[in-house]
Design a protein around this ligand. Structure first.
Ligand SMILES: Nc1nc2c(ncn2[C@@H]2O[C@H](COP(=O)(O)OP(=O)(O)OP(=O)(O)O)[C@@H](O)[C@H]2O)c(=O)[nH]1
Ligand SMILES: [Mg+2]
Length: 462
């Protein structure tokens, strides 16, 4: 990672969400930050005030001398800033027009409009944070539950970075030792060398496995679990959604085909942000609007992480139920036998399409019976990875998980290479690949496109 501050142009953006509020903040970063803002600021000399002070004054249009806004300006000298560069934050009166005007004047005075995530990118490029910390900034902003926030804060603290760095150090130590052994062959240490490599590949591999155990749950914790409630019309999907949300979000009637469009809402289940998706009951229909709804339901099935398939236990199994059971057979699913308050007509044992790993629950949406069980089941299902792992660090991004898997693969190659009696220098290459892959996680070794792509997912002004 580069640790010396490189000089970049000065960038500016509105860092608060667009809209009306008490205050909005225009952030400026770069070595021209003070001199640029000074051109549009009437008050103390921003180039002379002490660092980390906030200064009262006005933003003025330098071409007309018109007052634009009454502001408070924070002046922060490098390197103790978010980007490690000189930073100014102009606190304006909230509001879209005045805040935009202030930004425009600052751009006119010589700053460049920042790209999304560019401030955080600079914090990374200037060596203040590593890539896992940059990712956690995004996770923190987007956290949907307290638990997700806690994980993001830990990662922002550098927990994952420390762990990865220590694994890399272990690999580096063993590689150095191998070099020494190769350089001094008179000690005939060939056997010792392979033994050392083998042991290291195994211990580092075990640590990576522990981390990977957390990946599925970690990703879900940060990005939410897309859960589609599906079933034929009138089985009680919307009623179940309302029960899970504990509010009357979706319309419920006894008319089959009530839900026409997909209804989405987040709910916190045991720390897991569940994105519940109520869908239109799936059946063959000539109704134009309902037909579109049915198409959307089918799409929701494809993109869901979890399916809640609802059956009506007061009616015999129908062709539509069977089709849905078949269509979702390769998905992680919970099959619900709803309406258990009515005369039973359908028992799980009669449904031959159920698989051994299906979770089966019996409920009554009307009587609020079995709803807690649905929540418990989902909570257990998706917290399992985190609870199983001895690692107190949690993997939250597909990028991190993918690189860990590649790192693990090269360790497997080390092990199989040694077992096959391959020459040490070839085994060494695989060990070095592992070291590189781990380095990509923290950004110690990184391709430029990756960095650009990663930061472009950020919001503007962050
Ligand atoms: N007795 C009984 N009735 C239920 C239960 N759950 C839902 N219902 C009723 O079944 C009817 C349909 O419920 P909805 O929740 O609208 O069903 P849906 O699956 O969303 O239907 P569509 O949107 O048309 O696909 C309503 O009259 C509900 O009150 C239940 O557990 N027991
Ligand atoms: Mg409905």
């Amino acid at each position: 990672m580069p640790s010396t501050v490189t000089e970049y142009d000065t960038i500016a953006a509105i860092s608060t969400p667009p809209g009306e509020g008490g205050i909005s903040i225009v952030r400026v970063s770069g070595d021209q930050a003070f001199s640029i803002v000074k051109k549009v600021f009437k008050g103390k000399d921003l180039e002379k005030v002490a660092s980390h002070t906030i200064n009262y004054g006005h933003i003025v249009d330098p071409t007309t001398n018109d007052l634009v806004d009454e502001v408070m300006v924070s002046v922060m000298h490098a390197p103790k800033t978010f980007t490690r560069e000189d930073v100014i934050e102009v606190n304006t009166h909230g509001g879209i027009v005045p805040t935009n005007k202030v930004l425009q004047l600052i751009i006119g005075a010589g700053a460049r409009m920042a790209e999304p995530g560019e401030f955080t990118k600079r914090a990374f490029l200037n060596g203040r944070i590593d890539l896992t910390q940059a990712e956690s900034v995004m996770d923190l902003i987007r956290a949907k539950t307290d638990k997700a926030m806690q994980v993001a804060v830990n990662q922002l603290d550098g927990n994952l970075e420390h762990l990865i760095s220590s694994l890399r150090q272990e690999i580096l130590d063993v590689l150095a030792q191998v070099e020494v052994n190769i350089d001094y062959p008179e000690y005939d240490t060939e056997q010792m060398t392979t033994k050392m490599l083998l042991e290291k590949a195994k211990t580092v591999g075990a640590s990576i496995d522990e981390l990977l155990k957390t990946a599925d749950s970690g990703e879900i914790l940060q990005h939410g679990l897309a859960t589609a409630i599906i079933g034929k019309p009138n089985v009680g999907k919307s009623s179940l959604l309302n029960r899970l949300l504990d509010e009357d979000k979706a319309i419920v009637t006894d008319v089959a085909g009530t839900t026409r469009d997909v209804v989405e809402q987040y709910v916190n289940i045991d720390g897991i942000p569940l994105k519940l998706i109520d869908t239109a009951g799936i059946r063959d229909t000539e109704d134009k609007v309902e037909k579109i709804g049915v198409e959307r339901s089918k799409k929701a099935i494809d993109s869901a992480d979890l399916i809640i398939l609802v059956l009506d236990s007061s009616r015999k199994l129908e062709e539509e139920d069977i089709q849905l059971l078949d269509a979702t057979s390769d998905k992680r699913r919970i099959v619900i036998f709803n309406k258990n308050d009515l005369m039973p007509e359908l028992h799980p044992v009669e449904v031959s399409q159920l698989k051994s790993d299906d979770i089966i629950l019996i409920t009554s949406a009307i009587k609020n019976d079995g709803i807690e069980q649905i929540k418990d089941t989902i909570g257990k299902l998706f917290n399992a990875g985190i609870e199983d792992s001895s690692s107190d660090v949690i993997i939250t991004s597909a990028r991190q998980a993918g690189l860990l898997r590649q790192a693990k693969q090269s360790l497997n190659d080390v092990i199989s290479g040694i077992e096959a009696g391959m020459p040490i220098d070839l085994v060494q290459i695989d060990m070095t690949t592992c070291w590189d892959k781990l380095g990509e996680i923290t950004g110690d070794s990184y391709p430029d496109e990756l960095i650009t792509q990663l930061f472009s997912q950020f919001c503007l002004g962050k």
